[in-house]
Each structure stands twice: as structure tokens, then as C-alpha cells.
Design a protein around this ligand. Structure first.
Ligand SMILES: *Cc1c(COP(=O)(O)O)cnc(C)c1O
Length: 220
């Protein structure tokens, strides 16, 4: 695991040199924590090289939750399950509809906090994945601006796993353009969560500021 982190950090630094975000050096790594036990996860977090653990299922999050580490929520989120994560996660990456944003806002207000969130884009338009289409992201961002207890920090994108490097470059570039457009309107935006084990180098070269990594971090 430590060795993996060394190699990954070097690859991230090399990819960041090609980023359209000129001079970016602080690409965040969120460790996708699904199916990993909390002892392993805490050991990884203790290296200080990752920004957060990213859980994608509410049930697994509840079972593993430990307030000594920083958590993000990165998976599809049912509105009636927001109550299990609010106040416990740094950033919710997967906001893809107004009803979900409204519930996050309601529970954040009740808890007396402002919840950081990202709008999720389904860049390949796949049925099985959450997220809005790239062309609908700005409209959702505009709606979210009206909620006092949500702070919009940017965009999260998922890409098809079977896409070619050329296709990924095209999809990620399109997401980056949407991100820049929204960023020019709203000053709180600074995060583009894009890239997983298979495609994080391409994602960074296309402008990602945060990558979500599972297999490359943990598998030997
Ligand atoms: C599992 C997961 C990842 C990481 O996937 P790997 O291919 O293991 O790097 C990233 N994002 C989400 C939403 C995930 O569920």
C-alpha cells in the first residue's frame, strides 16, 4: 500500500504538469473505501497523503464510520438516506437532482452546518449510473445556489469503464468546460472530482483537481 502511494504520487505529479489548471500541484486523492476494512483504511489515512476516505454505500458508511478520519460520500444517494451521512462527511460528490439537494439543505440547516457538495455528471450518459447529463449541470448548479445550507464546490464526473483513451479525453474535456463555465459564475467552486484507477492520469491531464482511487491504492 505504501509503495503504491509512492508510485501513484509520481504519476499524479507528472500528469499535473499537463493540466489545463496551470501550476496545479495539489491534486487531492480520495481513497474509495468500498469493501475495505476500517483498520486498513485508518492506516492509509494516517499516511497523510489522502484527503479523505470516499464511501459509496450508505449502509457500509454507517457500519465503518469513525470520526477520527475524514469521509466523503461518492456513491448514488437516496433522498431518505441523507440523514445517515449529514454532518459526518466533508463533501458529498453525488448530487444529481433538486430533491436530493433540498433534503441535504433541510438537514444541514437543522444540524446548523453548511454542507459542501458537488454536482455529479454522468459523462457517458449510461443508464446504470447516477448523475445529470453534462448539458444539464449548470441548471442544477443554479438551483443549488439558492440553498443557504449548501456550498457548491464543483463537479464530480463518472466515465464509462470501457471507453478508449480518446473517448475519455473527449468526455473529460467536455466536463472540464462545464466546470470552468460554472466556476466563472460562482466563487465557491474549486473542485473537479474526476478519474479512478483506470483513467486518473487522463482525468488530471483534462483538468481534474481530485481523483477517487480504489484498486490502484489497495491491490498489490
Ligand atoms: C469504487 C469507486 C471508485 C474507485 O474505483 P477504482 O476503479 O477501484 O479506482 C471511484 N468512484 C466511485 C464512485 C466508486 O464507487
Amino acid at each position: 500500500m505504501d509503495n503504491n502511494l509512492e508510485i501513484i504520487s509520481a504519476k499524479i505529479a507528472a500528469a499535473a504538469e499537463k493540466s489545463p489548471n496551470k501550476g496545479i500541484t495539489d491534486i487531492q486523492v480520495v481513497a474509495a473505501s468500498k469493501n475495505r476494512d476500517i483498520a486498513t483504511l485508518k492506516k492509509l489515512f494516517a499516511t497523510s497523503r489522502i484527503s479523505a476516505l470516499g464511501e459509496n454505500k450508505v449502509q457500509e458508511f454507517v457500519a465503518k464510520y469513525d470520526p477520527d478520519v475524514v469521509w466523503d460520500f461518492i456513491g448514488q444517494l437516496q433522498t431518505n438516506k441523507v440523514k445517515y451521512i449529514i454532518g459526518k462527511v466533508r463533501l458529498i460528490h453525488s448530487v444529481d437532482r433538486e430533491g436530493l439537494a433540498a433534503e441535504i439543505n433541510r438537514l444541514a440547516a437543522k444540524a446548523g452546518i453548511v454542507q459542501d457538495i458537488l454536482v455529479q455528471i454522468n459523462s457517458g450518459g449510461e443508464q446504470s449510473k447516477g448523475g445529470v447529463l453534462a448539458e444539464d449541470a449548470e441548471a442544477l448548479a443554479d438551483v443549488i445556489q439558492n440553498y443557504a445550507n449548501i456550498r457548491l464546490r464543483g463537479i464530480m464526473a463518472v466515465a464509462p469503464i470501457d471507453a478508449s483513451p480518446q473517448k475519455l479525453t473527449e468526455l473529460f474535456t467536455n466536463v472540464y468546460e462545464v466546470y470552468q463555465k460554472i466556476k466563472s459564475k460562482y466563487p465557491t467552486i474549486d473542485t473537479l472530482s474526476m478519474g479512478m484507477s483506470n483513467d486518473y492520469k487522463i482525468a488530471i491531464e483534462c483538468g481534474a483537481t481530485l481523483v477517487r482511487l480504489g484498486r490502484v491504492l489497495f491491490d498489490t
